[in-house]
Design a protein. Structure first.
Length: 158
């Protein structure tokens, strides 16, 4: 019989950090994918998780990430229809492939209803197919049915 101990907690379990002791707000910021410090504080308080707070905490990596590119222009496009404008971001290659062998994932965002869709990808060709397809990226990935929309009028990628 195997007994669950602190050593057996999975790293991606949000409460694993709670079991292993009180962590700093910086640790939680990093564990929660570099979310805003105010959001991290709010989340931890709502879950009654103790943490060492530092009102002057900042993340050097977040700062560097914001400095390496120019700000995006303010969009004047009005989005008034489902799948009118979709943003696509491809992430990868990951060091460790997923259970299904995927080293990439594609994140699609419909700007009309603010819904996000993800798809695991074995390689980076899915993004090009979604961008160049006459049909929209979500249909290309089989997320929604073709009859719901005709095509994406404006795909948006980096």
């Amino acid at each position: 019989m195997k007994v669950d101990t602190r050593e057996n907690c999975e790293e991606n379990n949000l409460l694993a950090g709670y079991v292993s002791g009180i962590r700093s707000i910086q640790d939680w910021h990093e564990r929660l994918a570099h979310q805003n410090f105010q959001h991290v504080r709010s989340l931890l308080k709502s879950l009654n998780i103790e943490f060492k707070d530092d009102k002057n905490a900042f993340c050097e990596y977040c700062l560097q990430g914001k400095q390496c590119r120019q700000p995006f222009r303010i969009s004047t496009t009005e989005v008034n229809e489902l799948c009118n404008t979709i943003s696509a971001d491809l992430c990868g290659p990951m060091e460790v492939p997923s259970v299904g062998g995927s080293k990439y994932f594609l994140l699609l965002k419909d700007h009309y209803n603010q819904v996000h869709y993800t798809a695991r990808c074995l390689n980076n060709t899915v993004r090009r197919e979604a961008e160049s397809s006459e049909h929209h990226g979500l249909q290309c990935l089989g997320v929604i049915k073709p009859e719901r929309v005709s095509y994406t009028k404006k795909p948006s990628t980096d």
